[in-house]
Ligand binder design. Structure first.
Ligand code: HEC
Length: 435
């Protein structure tokens, strides 16, 4: 009996090491054994849901009928991106030096517990975009320092462009009509930040749907949550109707690896898109570091760990800047002798701040080297949370990717057309089963 058991154990270990070896640490996976798919991400400008269906777009009739972008745009990513990134009717505020396309290398594997993603792309800048806006002491008060490059204050040269790099994955399991054909363009609408017909804070706060959400800006949403044919931001369905769509799986998973706000604690956030861009239950690994009452930071750097309580502009792009609770942060001391120009991050990280469904992506690590990010990501399979798309063997999913590069947010990212990913089934990208 004893020998039988140890023989079984020996076979078990042999099986474990036979295939591409892995376990909890995806960095040790033999990624060379997993095929790489290169996806061309392109700059989309203001090609919103509403523009795509307007007379300005020659493909409007097909798009309105739910048809696929790739019917007409197959292989045109470079042409689209290089045109849209410069001043043109769909880009009123071009960013100098921005690239039109980014080549994303994507690999995916899985075993019985997890899916493993690996993504690589080159950054425009010769440094990792791991800094994020700060608050700066001006001698009297702490004020935001650094903004994304589409913002007017950066375009006018009044503020530096500072914003984290990101890699995002959107997943549909067939529950969102037309996503397989039109991908993330279903979620991008007039009224949103940096898009046409921008909805002001006052307008948004006067709208019943946004009042119910307690939100003051328009972000991604799905057309199914609106009542009119044009899927207008202000024509929201009732919370009851929206809850029914969610229960019927009519939402998208949207997870973002963030170079400043999640990577330093080895995570990606976990969210979803339905009537808004929402976070999964359980929260995020990051939160505001600004006290809304005093307008002062809540935490500062731990001098013993960082060598100083605050940074200055000389430190930027030379060192990691994340402020992390229980690691390099201590409660803010208003009487610490602050000097004009002192910088403290506007966000503070806390790995334990994300729990439950919000903490599903708790083993994600990005490393920047020689001009390139490599992000390796563990996503548990078979998730059953009501805000996740559980990945399962034998199924095909529609993925859509985005990279935020060079200090940008909102639509300033590079995006992909939707692409099918299969687990043990035929698809454009077939996940490699680990033995
Ligand atoms: C029936 C064909 C057709 C379909 C379907 C279609 N388009 Fe187009 N689209 C065109 C044509 C033709 C143009 C004009 C420019 C060109 O030839 O590339 C265009 C232009 C564009 C432009 C502006 C580029 C420029 O030159 O200013 C964008 C952005 C765009 N399409 C995105 C999309 C997206 C996203 C989808 C899917 C939701 C889509 N299109 C579906 C035919 C189509």
């Amino acid at each position: 009996m004893k020998t039988f058991r140890s023989a079984r154990l020996a076979i078990g270990i042999a099986i474990l090491f036979a295939g591409p070896c892995l376990a909890a640490d995806p960095a040790t996976l033999n990624w060379k054994s997993v095929p790489t798919k290169t996806v061309t991400l392109f700059y989309p400008g203001q090609s919103t849901y509403q523009w795509l269906r307007s007379s300005g777009h020659p493909g409007a009739a097909v798009v309105t009928g739910g048809g696929a972008c790739l019917t007409c745009h197959k292989g045109t990513e470079e042409k689209l991106g290089n045109k849209l990134v410069k001043a043109n009717p769909l880009e009123p505020t071009p960013v100098e030096g921005k690239t039109g396309v980014i080549q994303l290398s994507f690999q995916i594997a899985y075993d019985n517990e997890n899916a493993y993603f690996r993504a690589q792309w080159k950054t425009r800048n010769p440094y990792p975009g791991d800094a994020h806006p700060f608050v700066r002491f001006d001698g009297k008060e702490w004020k935001t320092y650094g903004f994304p490059k589409l913002d007017a204050v950066v375009q006018k040269g009044e503020q530096p462009g500072i914003y984290e790099d990101r890699f995002s994955i959107m997943i549909d399991d067939g529950g969102v009509p037309a996503f397989a054909n039109q991908g993330c363009w279903l979620t991008c609408h007039n009224g949103a930040r940096d898009n046409p017909k921008f909805a002001t804070r006052a307008e948004v706060e006067a709208n019943p749907l946004y009042q119910a959400l307690k939100q003051s800006d328009v972000r991604k949403y799905l057309p199914s949550t609106r009542t009119d044919a044009d899927a207008s931001w202000d024509k929201g369905k009732s919370p009851d109707e929206i809850a029914k769509i969610k229960a019927a799986s009519g939402f998208l998973d949207l997870m973002q690896w963030r170079a400043h706000r999640s990577n330093p604690v080895g995570m990606a956030d976990d969210g979803y898109v339905l009537e808004y861009r929402l976070g999964d239950a359980g929260g995020n690994p990051f939160g505001s570091n600004v006290d809304p009452k005093t307008h002062q930071p809540r935490f500062m750097y731990d001098e013993k760990k960082v060598g100083k309580k605050a940074l200055t502009t000389d430190d930027l792009r030379k060192m990691p800047t994340a402020l992390i609770r229980d690691q390099n942060a201590v409660p803010f001391d208003p009487n610490a002798g602050w000097k004009t120009g002192d910088l403290i991050p506007e966000y503070v990280l806390n790995k334990d701040g994300a729990k439950g469904s919000g903490a599903d992506n708790k083993n994600v690590k990005g490393v920047w080297k020689d001009g390139m990010w490599t992000v390796v990501w563990v996503r548990p399979l078979k998730l059953t949370n009501p805000d996740d798309k559980g990945l399962n063997e034998g199924k095909v999913y529609n993925f859509s990717f985005a990279v935020h590069d060079d200090n940008i947010t909102t639509r300033g990212h590079h995006v992909s057309f939707p692409i099918t990913v299969g687990f043990g089934v035929k698809a454009a990208v077939e996940a490699t089963k680990l033995k």
